[in-house]
Design a protein around this ligand. Structure first.
Ligand SMILES: [Fe+2]
Ligand SMILES: [Fe+2]
Length: 188
């Protein structure tokens, strides 16, 4: 599939806002890729398709995970929305013909993170938080960081903000987010 065909297929499958968000993440990811020496095409495709599994409603996600052999942990059982990252990592090949382990990994890790993230993983994680359609308290601070900071410092701040956000909501912290943040602090 060409990138143009991917865009059109995604547009048919996602709601309008989710598609606009996906384009925002793709464009933001390319900007970050230029800054940090990451493959721009991979950044665009990973950004474009990172939420492709959001075509499914929350109550459909567990079944979609199970048919693909994805293990559902206790946090994912409580928050099925998290499964869209793991399902999306498989759907890029099934639906969009993207057979690229680096892109798949970046999509897999875009919601909760992971220890030892690659520059592409980090860029997609961060682009998802700061793309132009995002609007929440503190987003400007994060956007400004992209202009000045190193990629690991950006990711550390992003992970910390994510943890603060879920704690304030009294929600669960995914263990991979803690592991991702600890990894950065321990390997500085
Ligand atoms: Fe997502
Ligand atoms: Fe997203």
């Amino acid at each position: 599939m060409t990138i143009d065909e991917m865009r059109r297929t995604l547009q048919r499958r996602l709601k309008k806002n989710r598609f606009a968000h996906s384009i925002g993440v793709a464009n933001t990811a390319v900007k970050l890729a230029k800054c940090f020496g990451v493959d721009e095409t991979k950044a665009y495709v990973a950004g474009l398709l990172h939420d492709c599994a959001r075509q499914y409603e929350n109550d459909e996600l567990p079944a979609q995970a199970l048919v693909r052999g994805i293990k559902i942990g206790e946090v994912e059982r409580a928050i099925p929305l998290l499964l869209h990252a793991y399902i999306g990592a498989k759907m890029i090949k099934e639906i969009y013909g993207v057979d690229d382990a680096q892109i798949a990994q970046a999509i897999y890790r875009h919601t909760v993170g992971a220890p030892d993230m690659t520059p592409l993983d980090k860029i997609i994680y961060f682009a998802d938080m700061i793309e132009p359609n995002r609007n929440y308290p503190g987003v400007e601070k994060l956007r400004a960081l992209a202009e000045t900071a190193e990629l690991d410092e950006i990711l550390l701040t992003a992970l910390s903000e994510s943890i603060i956000f879920v704690v304030q909501k009294n929600s669960l912290i995914h263990p991979d987010t803690v592991a991702a943040r600890n990894y950065l602090l321990l390997n500085r």
